[in-house]
Design a protein around this ligand. Sequence first.
Ligand SMILES: C[S@@+](CC[C@H](N)C(=O)[O-])C[C@H]1O[C@@H](n2cnc3c(N)ncnc32)[C@H](O)[C@@H]1O
Length: 205
Amino acid sequence: MNKKTHWEGVYSSKPADALGWYKPHLQTSIAWIKELGLEAEAPIIDVGGGVSTLVDDLLNAGHRSISVLDISEEALEVARARLGATGEAITWLNGDITSIDLPSHHYELWHDRAAFHFLTELDQQQSYRDNLLNALKPGGHLIIGTFAPEAPPKCSGLPIQRYTHEKLNNVLGGEFELQRHDKELHVTPGGVEQMYLYCYFRRKN
Ligand SMILES: C[S@@+](CC[C@H](N)C(=O)[O-])C[C@H]1O[C@@H](n2cnc3c(N)ncnc32)[C@H](O)[C@@H]1O
């Protein structure tokens, strides 16, 4: 089964609050983004945003230039329907982050919770990084959450790459400076514990 088929199947068969990665609010992401003190117009992209409520919380916090990218069209439809008329202000991008064309040096913040870790092959990680470097402004912010070494080896039934902050720093490379990292224990709706690693990188100017 290809990646897109997998994710369309997931979002067509389960409500948002039954998904393993579901949280009513992404508190760590929200708190870290708030601390960046971005302008309301600063372009933000949530990569692999799925049906997460981060976009709702960003809108409520006054952000006005938000893009949500996901490989699953169904996920974007669910999020768009939840938001109703306010969803019209969002740029919805359906595509694979390893191949989609994004505007150059456009975003001030690239957020990714639990999408990058599905890229288990070096060439996929390289393509993600190329896209990140193309799309994020110099001096821009990167907040990324992946499974930590203590987490299970699979997410959504797919193999994932687990990271320490050192390993993530090595993979993302020299254009970024790691500013902060933390772990967050997530418990799935089914009661399984998953330790996440959260990292905040600043792109060098
Ligand atoms: C574990 S979910 C996390 C969703 C959301 N970030 C959250 O925290 O609730 C991973 C998401 O990444 C998306 N995804 C997986 N691989 C992707 C890819 N190559 N390109 C774009 N999106 C992808 C999936 O469709 C899914 O919505």
